[in-house]
Structure formats: structure tokens, C-alpha cells
Design a protein around this ligand. Sequence first.
Ligand SMILES: Cc1ncc(COP(=O)(O)O)c(C=O)c1O
Length: 387
Amino acid sequence: MIAIRSSTAGSLAPTPLPLEHGGRLRAAAARYRIPVEDWLDLSTGINPDGWPVPEVPGTAWARLPEEDDGLEEAAARCYCAPGLLPVAGSQAAIQALPQLRVPGRVGVPTVGYQEHAQAWQRAGHTLVSLDDGNPGDELGAGPDSLDVLVVINPNNPTGRRWSVSRLLEWHAQLAARGGWLLVDEAFMDTTPQDSLARYTERPGLIVLRSLGKFYGLAGVRVGFVLGTPDLREALRARLGPWTLSGPARHVARLALADSPWQEATRASLRLASTRLAGLLSDYGLVPTGATDLFQWVCTAEAPAIQDRLARQGIWVRRFDVPSSLRFGLPGAEASWARLESGLRCLASDARGDAFRHAAVEAPGIRPFSSAAPPLAPARGPLPGDSR
Ligand SMILES: Cc1ncc(COP(=O)(O)O)c(C=O)c1O
């Protein structure tokens, strides 16, 4: 599942090839020979109108970061979490957590942020790829049952959501056997009522949060691990001191305490995502899934559409399995107009007519409820218990 690169220097262990992510604008700029500053980058799920960062005091740069600066308290209050550990982006925890367990069987969603699968595999665990992220019978007792279940809630890029009650059920089954439920809530800030954060005093329940998406602060590299004190202590020991820089701690503390901004942003992102779903649908790209930070479109024509948009300086994220595109939010009105004009060009193109009807259903992914209006974003409940 994960490509491995063998070492050229004798003493280095083989390492997995780096995975592809959205946001690699410089590579796109070089490939299409369009200057970086001329692109409309929709390739990530990062809020284009992020939290307005104030000036950082000189002491934050000059002094070693200290832990009694109020960051942990602000984060715990914001997330309603009993306790947490700040990390340099949730990615740091994704890489380190698998090293805290003896090798076992780990369920990961087939379609989702692939760094999870890579990290567990790299640490010697056996991956069980779960269609739609659903563990099905894999949680029952027995030699083939899972030791760890990784859930990305809501999933990136599918937008699939699981209810709190369903996740707590899965956690209880895992915890009874000493297993873990690891819930990646990188895109949860728009729907805090669906978070498992407040239950993380329960052994075996681990939640990851990120400042990268909702706050639009991907560059500051701040995330949190919510879990029991012993789990946090083990992770802290593995990561070592000063995982966050002084400026990162300063900015994160203020952003997490800014509840008026958070509330206003939830409302504006919801509107923007609905608008994006409508715009894409108008041009035949009906979303299969979404969060309030992106729309996901399954289409057999994903490579051609990505290429045609890129020729117009619009960068979207392409996935090959299933063939699909993820569109982030445009942000400024000029960016919306630019996206619309790009989509219009596509649609008026002769090949554009071909993809208007080429939307495919992703195998193992539940599409929107057919009862939902076609322009609705994926915030509402999906069939069954998914949300
Ligand atoms: C689902 C998911 N989890 C975690 C991450 C890592 O985010 P960060 O390390 O910026 O907190 C990403 C980044 O794209 C993601 O999509």
C-alpha cells in the first residue's frame, strides 16, 4: 500500500516515499510555468480567511517556550477537553503515536489522509483497510479483530462523518481489549458538538485537533493530542521538550481564546461551502461529499479537469483512488469570479461536455442521501447513523 524507498547509504534504514498533499503550489507553478503569485490555490482545506495574527512580542522569539503560559488552559476550554498535549501540528502525533504500541492490527479508512496508514505501517503494525472507514465486524473479540481503529471525523476528502454515539460504541469495544480508538478531528472545528473531546479521559480514546484548517494557521504547526494523562506523558517523553516554538504558543493561545471570531467563522464557512457546492453543481461537478472547508467531487475525468483548471492557474487537489477532486474555498470575491470563469471555460470546452455527465460513485463511499437537495453541503446527516 505504501511505497518504500531503499537506502543508498548503508547505515540508513529504508524509508517510505513522502506522500503527496495539497498545497504544493511551487511544483504546480514550475510545471505549468505560471508564477506562484498568479495562482488561485484551492488545493487544500485551509480556511482562506484565517484568524488575523497580531504582532508577536519579542520575548516569544527570544525566550525558551514555557508551559505555564496559558496555552493548555485555552485549548482545553476551547475544545471542552479534560487534558491535552500541544504538538507541532497533529502530523507530529500521527507519526509518533504508532510507536507507543506493540505491533498489532490497525484499521484505517481506505480513502482518507494517508499519513495515518503510512505511520502505522512504518511502526510495524498490520494495516486493515476499511471501506468507507467502517470497521464492520473487525471490532469483535478474536485473533483477527482490530487493536486500533483510526477514524478521520469528518473524513478528508470524503466528508464522511460518524456520530458520537457510534464512535463511543466502537471505543468501548476496543477499550475492553486494551485497544485504541484514534479520532482525527482536524476538520471538526466547524461542528464542535460532534467532537469526542469531552470523553478523552476514557482510557484508549485519543483525539487529535489541528490549528491548520479552521484557523487557517497551517504554517504555525500547532495541534493537540487529547487523551489520558499516561498516554500524554508517554507521547511527551517520545517527542521531547519544546515541541512548539514560543511564537506558535503565543498565536495559538490567542486564537483558541477568540470565541467571537470562532463563532462568526463557523457561520461564514458554512455559507461559503454551500456556495461552492452550488457553483460546482452549476457546472456539472456535483459534490459527493464535503465539510465546511472543502467540497469533494468524484469524477472519472479528474485528471483532465485538474489539468484544464491548472492551465488557467487554478490549482485543485486530485485523488486517483477513487478518481476525484477536492476544491477548497476561494475566499475573496475575485477568487470566486476566477473559479467561475475557469469552470465556464471547462464547460464550454468540447471535452468539458463529456465530463458534465461523468460523475462516478466512489466504491465503498456512501454518497449524499438521494433525499438531500443536490446543492446541499454534506453537513446534514447521511443515511444511517453517519453524520
Ligand atoms: C485529516 C488530516 N489530519 C491531520 C492533518 C495534519 O494537519 P496538521 O499537522 O497541520 O495539524 C491533515 C493535513 O492535511 C489532515 O488532512
